[in-house]
Design a protein around this ligand. Structure first.
Ligand code: DP6
Length: 329
């Protein structure tokens, strides 16, 4: 039968996506802005089959069940409907994230799946259309379709076709030499899924409306700072946006706490580096890992200091490529 293999990379949001105005279509409350990374790619193989009555999903060799399997089937249903086809699929996904690092990314996962599955079902989509589709699997996956710096448009809520209006596009003129040092804070399973945490924050945190308003301004300011390659402003906006986001989570009812004492120690270390004249800024997502932004030329020194200060492993990432199909062997 028909099959395809695709590779996609995770991305780090410099201005975060948090909160949906439409849960089914995954339409975000605000625009967000990211850099696609060159580490931890996901490789996904989709093979169509007439024999099975259900989709079969293998993640790193283990059968996926429950919520993730349900999300993947719902996503494949969107593609099957569009392609006018009914075959089930065998999906095999491989991540290269170190075990237990809590960095497995739904962004790289659904970006690779969108590309491999559309190809397998005989659809050929332009990258912007592919980003709209990847969004239906996981919002942040819309951005991993493209390499480098990427803007995901929320689209206007009164748009006649809200699905069409929300897509990602590369910021072709942004060439800042930005590196990211991912500090791998040891952790158990996530206390709350990001999907649930996002819903709870938007519904219950008194700080959420203000964070949204600030985020709208942050997107504009971040674009300007990227255009003039002003790394200090890029870092400051990213850090402030992420700290504000975590305050909205912590004031949700009940609160969502992703940061651990180790995360806070790393944050302190970043402030300390700045005080000593080594420019670096922190950002955090729905987990305890702290990702440290700095100039490309400072990355190895920043990583060394963070390892020494935290005792954690630290991985240096730079700007990475968009999702690509891989030739079948
Ligand atoms: C904190 O894209 O994982 O990483 O759309 O519900 O699948 P769903 O959420 P997801 O959320 C990512 C949130 C974030 C910030 C970001 O990447 O912008």
């Amino acid at each position: 039968g028909d099959g395809a293999v695709a590779v996609a990379h995770p991305n780090i949001a410099l201005v975060k996506y948090w909160g949906k105005r439409d849960e089914r279509l995954i339409l975000p409350c605000t625009d967000s802005l990211s850099m696609t990374l060159d580490i931890f790619p996901t490789t996904t193989h989709v093979q169509l089959t007439d024999q099975n009555t259900q989709d079969a999903v293998l993640t790193d060799g283990a059968v996926a069940r429950g919520e993730m399997a349900r999300r993947i089937t719902a996503f494949l249903d969107v593609i099957r409907e569009r392609a006018g086809r009914t075959e089930r699929a065998m999906v095999e996904t491989r991540n290269t994230v170190p075990l237990g690092a809590g960095l497995a990314s739904s962004a790289s996962g659904f970006a690779a799946l969108a590309l491999a599955a559309t190809d397998a079902y005989g659809l050929s989509l332009e990258p912007v259309a592919l980003s709209r589709l990847a969004r239906r699997g996981s919002g942040s996956a819309a951005r991993s379709i493209f390499g480098g710096f990427v803007l995901w448009h929320s689209g206007a809520s009164d748009d006649p076709d809200p699905d069409l209006a929300s897509y990602a596009e590369p910021l072709a003129h942004a060439h800042l030499d930005l590196a990211l040092v991912a500090v791998l804070v040891e952790t158990g399973p996530k206390p709350v899924s990001s999907r649930e945490a996002m819903r709870r924050t938007a519904m219950t945190s008194p700080l959420f409306p203000d964070w949204l308003a600030t985020t709208r301004g942050d997107v504009t300011a971040m674009r300007e700072a990227l255009a003039r390659e002003d790394i200090a402003t890029v870092g400051e906006i990213a850090e402030r946006n992420a700290l504000g986001l975590h305050r909205t989570m912590e004031t949700a009812v009940p609160p969502v706490r992703y940061l651990t004492p180790t995360s806070h120690r790393v944050l302190e270390g970043v402030r300390d580096m700045r005080a000593r004249g080594l420019p670096a800024w922190a950002t955090m997502d729905a987990g305890p890992n702290v990702k440290v932004l700095c100039g490309g030329g400072d990355a190895q020194r920043v990583a060394g200091e963070l390892r020494k200060q935290s005792g954690c492993a630290a991985v240096v990432a730079r700007s990475g490529p968009g999702a690509v199909l891989r030739k079948k062997v």
